[in-house]
Unconditional design. Structure first.
Length: 68
């Protein structure tokens, strides 16, 4: 995932934009934007395991109707 930081405020305000995919978040200062982006990158890059699914776990779901 690409995470970018850019200054987006005008001359009289300091606003920073962190973009991650389609997510766009604004911060009042550069430090807050950098801290958030750093923590987000750390979490995205951390190892993730898929949950184990018990045999037969979806049997009831297969019998449910999702139509009105």
């Amino acid at each position: 995932m690409d995470i970018s930081i850019e200054q987006s405020g005008g001359a009289d305000s300091e606003t920073w934009l962190v973009t991650a995919g389609s997510l766009r978040l604004y911060f009042r200062n550069q430090r807050s934007a950098l801290e958030f982006a750093s923590k987000l990158k750390e979490r995205v890059d951390s190892p993730h395991s898929l949950p184990e699914i018990e045999v037969g776990a979806f049997e009831e779901v297969a019998e449910m109707s999702c139509t009105g």
